[in-house]
Design a protein around this ligand. Structure first.
Ligand code: 5GP
Ligand code: MN
Length: 328
């Protein structure tokens, strides 16, 4: 079924001269890497391809080939849109989602278990470590190989979505894909330097203040961290500087679930992580209208944060209890 889906997607891409590729707003390396790799490959094969992201170009990801060319709106041609790394149609962003229906064909390539197959053609593999891994299959189906710049984009996505090859989603297939990408020209050292050894002082100070305020709940099995507008202002930090804080909270000994509450232009963006997918944070997110993976999920909260803080401990305790029952 999935092999047929990839073959069909390859065939559609081969016969379409103008293609738009979009990933989720507030992109991470998998969103940018997957969308830019596909865009670059299509251009190399003679297509007119545009890479779109509602958040535009985040400076920290400029090193990824193709990112400096990312635009924030769809071009006029509405023949074909490829949506990558989006669990649902809303993830492409408020300003773009209304235009989804203007495309004749929508291809949905993703690895979120909560994906509702919103495309005309869907290649959704929840067991894949990253969307980047699925784009490798699509490039194979396209038949033009993988160029070094494309491999760099895809390796960055593979690396970050597996927590540097540490998460339970990391399989022999992941390393097989990594090997192919390195053989195609990706440099793990250079990519890791750009991703992980290039933090601004503002980011480090924001992380320090947030983590000093970490609170343990559920008898030390869950952690809550908050990042407020005042904290961003105090350190001169930007919203994406909060990336990585929730993982640091998750990695505290004894903690199974970590939650980050991030104030962003009047909305609270909630990020959750679990150390083991047995503890299903996607189920917690779903209770609040969000989604994601068992070990990484999130939602947005538009009401006073105090109301959320009153509800969360109960939902987290329920997720811990359900995970404990799984293990028993
Ligand atoms: P992050 O915490 O890094 O923002 O997101 C982790 C995962 O949670 C993402 O891969 C995404 O699938 C999911 N996620 C985060 N925020 C939302 C949201 O507002 N709605 C939905 N449906 N999923 C989200
Ligand atoms: Mn992803």
């Amino acid at each position: 079924m999935t092999a047929a889906a990839v073959a069909e997607i390859g065939a559609v891409l081969r016969r379409t001269p103008v293609v738009s590729v979009v990933s989720h707003y507030n992109p991470d390396a998998d969103a940018y890497g997957s969308s830019c790799a596909l865009t670059l490959a299509l251009r190399r094969l003679g297509r007119t391809a545009t890479c779109i992201n509602e958040s535009g170009i985040l400076p920290g990801y400029r090193f990824l080939p193709g990112v400096p060319d990312v635009v924030t709106s769809f071009p006029s041609d509405r023949e074909l849109l490829v949506v990558v790394d989006c669990g649902d149609r809303h993830r492409i962003g408020e300003s773009l989602k209304g235009e989804l229906s203007s495309f004749k064909t929508v291809i949905n390539i993703d690895h979120h278990a909560s994906n509702d197959s919103f495309g005309t053609l869907n290649y959704v593999v929840p067991t894949a470590s990253s969307t980047a891994e699925l784009i490798v299959d699509v490039l194979e189906a396209l038949g033009g190989g993988i160029a070094a710049d494309e491999a760099t984009c895809l390796f960055a996505g593979l690396c970050t979505d597996t927590g540097s090859f540490r998460y339970s989603s990391t399989t022999a297939r992941t390393f097989g894909t990594a090997r192919r990408l390195v053989e195609a020209g990706a440099s793990p050292h250079r990519i890791a330097q750009s991703l992980f050894s290039n933090d601004s002082l503002a980011l480090v100070r924001l992380h320090a203040e947030a983590l000093c305020g970490l609170e343990l709940i559920a008898g030390g099995r869950a952690a809550i961290v908050r990042v407020t507008t005042e904290m961003f202002a105090r350190h001169g930090a930007v919203p994406e500087d909060a990336d990585g804080i929730v993982e640091r909270a998750r990695d505290v000994r004894g903690v199974e679930i970590a939650v980050l509450l991030k104030e962003d232009a009047g909305v609270w963006r909630v990020s959750m992580r679990s150390k083991d997918p047995r503890f299903d944070v996607a189920a917690v997110a779903a209770k609040f209208g969000g989604g994601g993976h068992r070990a990484a999920a999130g939602f947005r909260w538009r009401r006073p944060v105090g109301e959320l803080e009153a509800l969360l401990p109960g939902e987290i305790a329920a997720a811990l209890a359900a995970g404990d029952a799984c293990a028993a």
